[in-house]
Design a protein around this ligand. Structure first.
Ligand SMILES: Cc1cc2nc3c(=O)[nH]c(=O)nc-3n(C[C@H](O)[C@H](O)[C@H](O)COP(=O)(O)O)c2cc1C
Length: 300
């Protein structure tokens, strides 16, 4: 009997759907015992979001300052799992505050230490550097990363900005203004994600995960867009400055968060298209380094 634990946190239910869909091949297998654990923050975030809470979550999320989460059920704390499937979403280019808080808690060590773990993120599209942060937290927990899947919104970057804002602030996954595509990971991709569960199950049974990541990649597990990696790196540098400023002047927090919002708008709508254009022109010069990056970010 193989014991598998699926860990997730989800506000809209998107990541929960993904977690359930990927787990489908495990469900009717008599040789597999499957548990789900939903991370529950003691003070959860609102959904739909309001302005103050959304931007208010930035400094602590980016600086990875954890919050208290409820104790996981005793049966989960006491089970010696064979495989952990860890789902997280990206907030401000970092693992979301609830999922990061779990990884920084004492419960994480008890559950995932010395265990093979597959990370699965469901984000808008800018997930790559958040995964680097998750990798560090896994090392701190002495967990053994054996696979990674990144499910994203496949629409053009700026379109997905419009649609996710509408979704996060209305709480409804709808066609923004009646003309935009649906936000988030597409229903089709979520439905088809059980194929990843099938692949993971095969490696779980053979107890050897060496070839699993290439197998997942061959089945479309990780979308790579070089321009997003470049934006992610640049934005991380700027977020570092902004978050440091906010912590240095706690009395000005509200004002600084308003300035951060204006900066973000400017960076997304003015700076990023200009940088994108410059990088498109330079693309031939960077071709080989981009191929190297692709290999790295599609690996584990
Ligand atoms: C506060 C906040 C910040 C976010 N920042 C990012 C981000 O930096 N990169 C990204 O790709 N998606 C970002 N997203 C989208 C989430 O990763 C995720 O796709 C969305 O919140 C749906 O997840 P859910 O299952 O919790 O509803 C952000 C969402 C929220 C609420």
């Amino acid at each position: 009997m193989k014991k598998v634990l699926v860990i997730y946190y989800s506000q809209s239910g998107q990541l929960k759907d993904i977690a359930q869909q990927i787990a489908v091949p495990f469900l009717n297998d008599e040789e597999i015992h499957l548990d789900f654990y939903a991370i529950a923050p003691q003070n959860d975030f609102p959904f739909p979001w309001d302005n103050a809470s959304f931007f208010g979550a930035f400094p602590e999320t980016f600086r990875q300052i954890s919050q208290e989460i409820n104790t996981p059920p005793q049966n989960i704390l006491n089970t010696d799992y064979d495989l952990i499937i860890f789902h997280y979403q990206v907030w401000f280019l970092s693992p979301s505050l609830p999922t990061m808080s779990f990884l920084k808690s004492s419960y994480a060590k008890k559950i995932i230490q010395n265990k093979p773990i597959v990370t699965i993120n469901g984000s808008r599209n800018m997930w790559a550097l958040a995964q680097e942060k998750v990798k560090k937290l896994l090392v701190e927990n002495q967990a053994n990363l054996v696979g990674n899947i990144a499910l994203t919104d496949r629409n053009i970057n700026l379109i997905s900005v419009v649609t996710i804002v509408d979704w996060m602030f209305s709480g409804i996954k709808r066609k923004a203004y009646g003309i935009f595509p649906l936000p988030g990971v597409s229903d089709k991709e979520i439905k088809e994600s059980s194929k990843f569960g099938k692949i993971i199950k095969g490696y779980l049974k053979s107890n050897d995960y060496k070839e699993m990541q290439p197998d997942l990649i061959a089945n479309g597990a990780v979308e790579f867009r070089w321009f997003l990696i470049s934006m992610d790196k640049k934005a991380n540098k700027m977020f570092k400055v902004w978050s440091a400023l906010i912590f240095k002047f706690p009395k000005q927090r509200t004002t600084l968060l308003k300035c951060f919002k204006v900066y973000l708008f400017f960076a997304i709508w003015i700076l990023s298209p200009i940088v994108h254009l410059i990088e498109l022109i330079l693309f031939p010069l960077r071709y080989f380094s981009i191929q190297k990056q692709k290999k790295y970010f599609q690996g584990i």
